[in-house]
Design a protein around this ligand. Structure first.
Ligand code: IPM
Ligand code: MG
Length: 369
């Protein structure tokens, strides 16, 4: 049997530094566990724009279609602020999501015990926190047409983005959320703005129907998105799985990420539908962005990227024991007081991006011994 294929798209800013550490973990599994993958690296985002005048070439898109899984870094930065929308760095990621139909974005917000005190919220509010946000990723206002800025008769401008959802788009997101809940605490909170938005009305209706038809064993509740933002900082542990649309999911997942102490800790998985051959397109990326302000300084936290590789092993290749091992190694490293600057606390040992990679490899070897 041939090796599984992983396409590595490191991107911009801290992307290359962080994927560099994740690739050391990939190497560790190859040499210590004889777990071999066919790795291909390519340019994406601003790096691709600088080289090719577009943030995603057709060749790279083809590789993304052909691979078994994508390990993605991060894209964007002020350098490309003036670049046209269709070729700007962020658009590469949106195009891959859309082309591969990666509609289910899993964004876990879990607090490692050693980091509970690093949260901006009181320790007792976040210790043991374990939320899974299921963000719909290929619909809504990100992709709805019309989407344009036009000039009116008087010369002033008018901008429009369209929030569109169909029954099918909501249904498939709801199914993923309920299935996830069954493997967790069995609770789903569906989040929208049905008090002002038609898409919110349909969202609530469809989620309710899917629940009634197939998931009555799962507890379902509904919450308006603004209230959810408030509840996330008031009493975050009330949530198990949150299912929400593309835009609300973008915002609420950043907020939930910060509860965990640092956005530098959180991985994510973006999954498509399983096709007739049993293949499921998938992209794994940290929730943090390219952080251009700290890029190239060796201070970025690579743990979200390493944990994203763990999610890749779990969700794309069914390697749960290996994924568990990565998570255990990260927890151990944090228990031992090893910290990158973003999660630094008094009395702990401050390390560089590389140093954090070293510590994870040491723990992997210790745990595997
Ligand atoms: C995210 C990011 C992206 C988004 C950007 C980079 C386009 O914020 O993955 O959350 O808005 O979806
Ligand atoms: Mg975001």
């Amino acid at each position: 049997m041939s090796n599984k294929k992983i396409l590595v798209l490191a991107g911009d800013g801290i992307g290359p530094e962080c994927t560099g550490q994740a690739l050391r973990v990939v190497d560790w599994f190859a040499s210590k566990r004889a777990l071999k993958f066919d790795l291909t690296e390519d340019l994406v985002g601003g790096a691709a724009y600088d080289a090719h005048g577009t943030s995603l070439t057709d060749e790279t898109m083809q590789k993304a279609i052909d691979t078994d899984a994508i390990l993605f870094g991060s894209v964007g930065g002020p350098k490309w602020d003036g670049v046209a929308r269709d070729v700007r760095p962020e658009n590469s990621l949106l195009r891959i999501r859309k082309k591969l139909d990666l509609f289910a974005n899993l964004r876990p917000a879990t607090v490692f015990p050693a980091l509970a005190e690093a949260s901006s919220l009181k320790t007792e509010l976040v210790s043991g926190l374990d939320i899974m946000i299921l963000r719909e990723l290929t619909g809504g206002v990100y992709f709805g047409e019309p989407k344009e800025i036009t000039t009116q008769a008087d010369g002033s401008k008018r901008a429009i983005d369209s929030q569109i959802y169909t029954t099918q788009e909501i249904e498939r997101a709801a199914h993923v959320a309920f299935d996830l809940a069954r493997k967790r605490d069995n609770r789903v909170c569906s989040v929208e703005k049905s008090n002002v938005m038609e898409t919110g009305v349909l969202w609530r209706e469809v989620v309710t129907e899917v629940h009634k038809a197939s998931y009555q064993d799962v507890e379902l509740s509904h919450m308006l998105a603004d209230a959810c933002a408030m509840q996330l900082v008031r009493a975050p542990k009330q949530f198990d799985v949150i299912v929400t649309d593309n835009l609300f999911g973008d915002m609420l997942s950043d907020q939930a990420a910060m509860l965990t102490g640092s956005i530098g800790m959180l991985p994510s998985a973006s999954l498509g539908a399983v096709d007739d051959n049993g293949r499921r397109p998938a992209l794994y990326e940290p929730c943090h962005g390219s952080a251009p302000d700290i890029a190239g300084q060796g201070v970025a936290n690579p743990l979200a990227q390493i944990l994203s590789f763990g999610m890749l092993l779990r969700y794309s290749f069914g390697l749960s024991a290996e994924a568990d091992l990565i998570e255990a190694a990260v927890a151990q490293v944090l228990d031992r007081g090893v910290r990158t600057p973003d999660i630094m606390q008094p009395g702990m040992k401050k390390v560089s991006t590389d140093g954090m990679g070293d510590a994870v490899l040491d723990e992997l070897s210790a745990l595997a011994a």
